[in-house]
Design a protein around this ligand. Structure first.
Ligand code: BTN
Length: 249
């Protein structure tokens, strides 16, 4: 028998907030809340991106939400698997609309070398375990244009010429996220990793990169258990942590 869904069992809908990640993190500090709770904002005024960046979104066109999970069963040295599960859930869902959606390592969602979504995971560790996780997702859904300073952004709508009701889209996406999270809970870690690698942008193809030494052509071979990117660089296999390598498109 299927267990009921964890993700989206409870939803908090906000007209406006600075950041759904900030809102949810504060909520967790204030009172006990159910695992799987989703906080979605129609308008996010100060969205946080990775590496201290800002996340651009537009009211009623972007999907901006955060999800509360308690993956205490996951050893800390396996926490990258949570990132894998989330990226798989998003990419599998989006493939219903656009067949060539890819995951750009470590957790960007790409269509044709342009970014349409991003993930910001903020974990709390307690007694050597992952006590709680606030997972923020930003998805460009209905935008038809982007500002000039975001030349590498795209949206689902720009590829399908359709407009999506944000609520229903979120409900559907959460089902896919729930499916991948269940795989994670059930220890199907190899399956999760295979799906991630299958959808990884550029894997196995020569591609231009930039690292601390300079520009080079390399080939993505895979990821380490800690989530580092393994790149064939000349004769060597080099492992890169976040910020140590950039893709050149
Ligand atoms: C990235 O830089 O690629 C990650 C972007 C994550 C943005 C989402 S939008 C909802 C949630 N709230 C935030 O403040 N950030 C995340």
């Amino acid at each position: 028998m299927h267990r009921s869904l964890i993700i989206d069992n409870s939803r908090i809908e906000l007209e406006e907030t600075d950041s759904t990640n900030a809102y949810l993190s504060q909520l967790i500090r204030d009172r006990p809340i159910a695992e799987g709770t989703v906080v979605v904002a129609h308008h996010q005024t100060s969205g946080r991106g990775q590496k201290g960046t800002q996340w651009y979104s537009t009211p009623n066109e972007s999907l901006t939400f955060s999800l509360y999970l308690k993956p205490y069963f996951l050893p800390i040295d396996k926490q990258f698997l949570l990132n894998i599960a989330i990226c798989n859930g998003i990419s599998t869902c989006l493939k219903q609309y656009i067949s060539h959606v890819k995951i750009k390592w470590p957790n960007d969602i790409f269509i044709d070398n342009k970014k349409c979504g991003g993930v910001l995971i903020e974990n709390t560790i307690s007694n050597g375990k992952l006590a709680s996780s606030v997972i923020g997702l930003g998805l460009n859904l209905n935008q038809k244009t982007f500002p000039e300073n975001l030349p590498h952004a795209t949206s689902i709508s720009m590829h399908t010429n359709r407009t999506y009701p944000i609520d229903t889209f979120l409900t559907n996406l959460c089902k896919y996220l729930d499916y991948s999270y269940r795989q994670l809970q059930e220890g199907k870690w190899e399956v999760l990793k295979e799906t991630y690698l299958h959808n990884l942008l550029g894997i196995g193809c020569p591609q231009r990169f930039f690292d601390a030494i300079g520009v080079f052509t390399g080939i993505i071979l895979g990821i380490t258990p800690a989530g580092e990117l393994i790149v064939q660089k000349g004769e060597k296999e080099v492992h890169y942590a976040l910020k140590e390598i950039q893709f050149i498109f």
